[in-house]
Ligand binder design. Sequence first.
Ligand code: C2O
Ligand code: CU
Length: 463
Amino acid sequence: MISRRSMLAGAAAMTGASLAPRVTLSSGAPAEVLEAALSEMQIAPEGYPKTGIWCYGGSVPGAEIRARQGDRLQRRLINALDEPTSLHWHGIRIDNAMDGVPGVTQDAVPPGGEFLYEFDLPDAGTYWYHSHNKSYEQVARGLQGALIVEEPEGPDVDREEVLVLDDFRLDPETGQIADFGNMHDFSHGGRLGNIAVTNGIFNASFSTQQHERLRLRLLNTANARVFELQLQGLDGWIVALDGMPLEVPRPVPDTLRLAPAQRADIIVDVTAEDGGEAHLVRLDRGDAFSHVLFTVEGKASENRRPTPAPLPPNPDMAVTGLDDALRSTLQMEGGAMRGFGSARMDGREVGFREAAQSMKFWAMNGNVGMPEDPLLIADRGQTVRVMLQNDTMFPHAMHLHGHHFREVHADGTLGPMRDTLLMFGDEKREIAFMAHNPGDWVFHCHMLTHAYAGMMTRIKVRS
Ligand code: C2O
Ligand code: CU
């Protein structure tokens, strides 16, 4: 039931002829300089022109950055683009001044300018870096890459692969990344691509052996696509979400859902027979696609291995003191179909239609875009609970900078540590976190056209 085809709309030329999988993975030694620059790359199938990209280190995803837990990371961003940019280190519990948010933690780096990012890496895990200026366009054009922080002692696996899942909207004629002013993308579910890729190509594949044990680091760097994934010929456990280890590995569910910006580390065994195939399957509107192909040749061992041990925990992950927490509510409104009555935008009250004329369609707590005052001000070390209420018809992937949080379930139990929470229309869900990291931290939807179109606020943690 699995077809292995790309989804390039109007792509009659997709004959399947000689689509030799090209796989680009872990680059060598990381450079001290990260240059944001133009390049081009073969993203569409053979026969299409190369696609112009904006990227770090010549490709999308950009040069993989790999460090060890406890390291201090240093990168000089050089802006060789024609517009300002910045670098955000997604999921890192970082020093606020290095968080890379223009207008909040730094000025955007102008064309020809540079900025030195230097910070500690307190946590091991799967993270990423991306532009935080006009992200809905800059990230979609390719300004993103994986940031892998290794545990002092890694898990017992045969190998590891980083799988950056993304999609591009390519013009079917020219193969170029297209269509940035589309009002629909700002007012509905966000900008979806017409070709879904792994590590920048649509037909990633790996050769494996039966019973080989793989650690797959899955990252969703797409603007708005929620990846719905299944395993076929692979079987295993989730060991970390959004970088943070689970206390107990859990079997990969039937469908693993990865919202924009979310990550999942899974440890899987190849269960497909020698000579067969395994797949990371992507579900898409009722169809199933082989998103990543694993060919199976030979046997790594006669039998499967026992359940893996949990990854070592990162420091200070406890969320305690929930009863005395500082409480706050974040109500999301807007978007197509419902809109909002009125909201504050640029210092005055506007109606939905007026906001729409500036491509703004969403409000949070009655503010379109960054409010004058933070959502909340916490003291360092204080426990915070935020009730998130999605009064729109669309899913949103809410991301908090500088902290990880846990969901507070209705029965009072706490979910896993995450930095991005996927919420569906009309859902109401609560998160809790320790405000351990001083500074101004943005809190926004990671469907990047939504972030641009109003879904952006911030919290403040006093030092
Ligand atoms: Cu991944 Cu505010 O960002
Ligand atoms: Cu959203």
